[in-house]
Design a protein around this ligand. Structure first.
Ligand code: MTE
Ligand code: MO
Length: 376
């Protein structure tokens, strides 16, 4: 499948650089809209100034392998495994099943990894491996209904067309990117097989022709270039939810077990002032940002200008599950260095932790990260 114009625009400077062109020829007229964390496979981050932009070209990209070749003319989504009716569906078949459009946040489970001390392996994301889009597609539940899932089903495995081998920790040869989700989550109305993004066809970068959207869950479940759905009669103990994209949970007896990452944890990010900003002492300044909490709504956002000793409530826009909400506060700081904190609490009472929990391995990074400022 050919790259879209937007994809070409985005990768052109990288290609030109690789070809040894003069840097000026290598740069497009406009600045590259995304921050390059890894060029190939592409790991492209939304800059803080564009966080939650509705411009699809500013939406972060996280690929594990090179873009797969998907032939649009012959493309079919297959549904196999523990079902009465195995299916082969064209894009048109899916579109005929009815379309819904939902605004849903996608956040990479490694978002914020650059702030971990000591540094850990993996893409060094700042705050920008997150975005929100209007996703259009058919609920996965409707597809599973047509396939008639048999009694005793386990996970629904969503399989992408992209494929490769990873050396460390080693994959069993070349494998596809995949993710199993429990049947109950697969049947929720926020779980979609999507072909549209922000009221336009899904771009190749974001999984065209089809991707999964698993609302409220970290990005790894939102399988792009979705080409096979396999219903298992057991949980999926695959690479991408054990060796990768898992965390340690302790049983009540304290026995650590690996658990697949799932729901997005509450988080507030400050977009203004930016890290390193110099503010005038004694004047009133705005503090602004976004907050989201996965499957839950955000109940409150608080800010602290004294490193967490005291907190003041921010004004929070109406918040809904699956979506991000804006928030705003003001402060008039005294001269000196300052560490600004913001924290979100969801409507189930979950608050962002102060300290990093190492059981989370290199994922689920929502402990408090200060914005360091100077006030003069
Ligand atoms: N097939 C496939 N699906 C994938 C991935 C991938 O590498 N291959 N990356 C996942 C991860 S880790 C994230 S965070 C999201 C990123 O989606 P985006 O690139 O549209 O922002 O896609 C997910 N789906
Ligand atoms: Mo991710």
């Amino acid at each position: 499948m050919p790259l879209s114009r937007r994809d070409l625009f985005r990768t052109a400077p990288a290609a030109a650089l690789a070809a040894g062109l003069h840097p000026r020829l290598a740069s497009p007229a406009r600045a590259e809209p995304l921050v390059v964390r890894v060029r190939e496979p592409r790991n492209l981050e939304t800059p803080l100034s564009d966080l939650f932009s509705t411009d699809t070209g500013k939406f972060y990209v996280r690929d594990h392998f090179s873009l797969p070749d998907v032939d649009l003319k012959t493309f079919k989504l297959t549904v196999e495994g523990h079902v009465e009716n195995e299916l082969e569906l064209t894009l048109d078949d899916l579109k005929k099943m009815g379309a819904v459009t939902r605004e849903i946040v996608l956040e990479c489970a490694g978002n914020g990894r650059v702030f971990l001390v000591p540094p850990v392996r993996g893409a060094q994301w700042g705050h920008g491996a997150v975005g929100q889009a209007k996703w259009t597609g058919v609920p996965l539940g409707a597809v599973l209904e047509r396939a008639k899932v048999k009694a005793g089903a386990g996970d629904v495995v969503l399989i992408g067309a992209d494929k490769g081998a990873i050396a460390d920790p080693a994959t069993p040869g070349a494998i596809n990117f995949d993710r199993g989700i429990p049947l109950a989550k697969a049947k929720k109305d926020e779980t979609l097989v999507a072909w549209g993004m922000n009221e336009a066809p899904l771009p190749v970068s974001h999984g065209a022709p089809l991707r999964a959207i698993v609302g409220g869950w970290y990005g790894m479940a939102a399988v792009k270039w979705l080409s096979r759905i396999v219903v298992l009669d057991r949980p999926h103990i695959g690479y991408w939810q054990t060796i990768d994209y898992s965390y340690w949970e302790r049983t009540k007896e304290g026995v650590p077990q690996l658990v697949p990452l799932a729901a997005i944890q509450p988080k507030a990010v400050v977009t203004n002032p930016v890290p390193g900003a110099v503010l005038k002492a004694g004047e009133k300044h705005a503090i602004e940002g976004f907050a989201w909490a996965g499957e839950n709504a955000v109940a409150k956002v608080e800010v602290s200008a004294d490193g967490g000793k005291t907190w003041a409530a921010a004004v929070l826009e109406k918040s809904e599950p699956l979506k991000a909400a804006r928030w705003r506060a003001t402060f008039a700081p005294a001269a000196g260095p300052l560490k600004l904190l913001a924290r979100a609490t969801d409507d189930k009472g979950n608050t962002q932790p102060e300290k990093r929990d190492p059981d989370r391995r290199t994922y689920m990074i929502n402990h408090l990260i200060p914005v360091e400022l100077t006030v003069k």
